[in-house]
Each structure stands twice: as C-alpha cells, then as structure tokens.
Design a protein. Structure first.
Length: 102
C-alpha cells in the first residue's frame, strides 16, 4: 500500500519489510531509533508508519557484529564504497535526497 503526501511517495511499513527482507519490528526500530548512521525517514498516519520510497535505495544498512563499519544499500544489498569511507554517497544529491541512481 502506498501513500502520497506533498508529492512524495511513501510505502506501508509491512510492504517495506517484505521488499527489504526484514521484519516489521526491525523496520519500526530503524524508524524510531535508527542505526549508527541515521534514522529511517518515515511518517506516521494514525497507527501506521509509511516509509519514504526513496529510502529503499539510500538508507545506510549496517551488518550487526563483525563488519559494522561497512555500509550497504538496496537493491542487493550491495556494499557502498563511498558511505563506508565516510564520503557522500553517489546515490544522494546535494540536498540529501535520492538522485535516481541505483
């Protein structure tokens, strides 16, 4: 299920969990507390969370345990050399939004 607000497309938390192969509670935790890098961008409508569609491509996922310094993005997940090195990601424009590159 999608939701559009201010011309920005959002995905229901349950659908986002399925496409990222994560549990709903793990996605909710990323929204509320984030990871070592940042929080997952989302909005809350009623009792449901909706994740910004572009977050699928740019949210910095980090493996737990060994290799926590490595940052991954979807689709994949694939290792992001720029994010891992602490530089600006090649998928993000100057405003911090997804630039359309996969």
């Amino acid at each position: 299920m999608t939701h559009i607000e201010d011309e920005i497309e959002y995905i229901d938390i349950h659908d986002y969990a399925v496409i990222t192969s994560r549990t709903v509670s793990a996605v909710r935790e990323s929204i509320i507390n984030g990871n070592r890098v940042r929080k997952l961008k989302a909005i809350k409508k009623g009792r449901s969370y909706y994740v910004k569609k572009s977050e699928y491509y740019i949210y910095p996922y980090i493996n737990s345990g060994k290799g926590t310094d490595k940052v991954y993005h979807f689709p994949g997940p694939t290792l992001c050399e720029a994010c891992t090195a602490g530089k600006r990601c090649t998928k993000i424009d100057a405003t911090g939004e997804w630039n359309g590159l996969e």
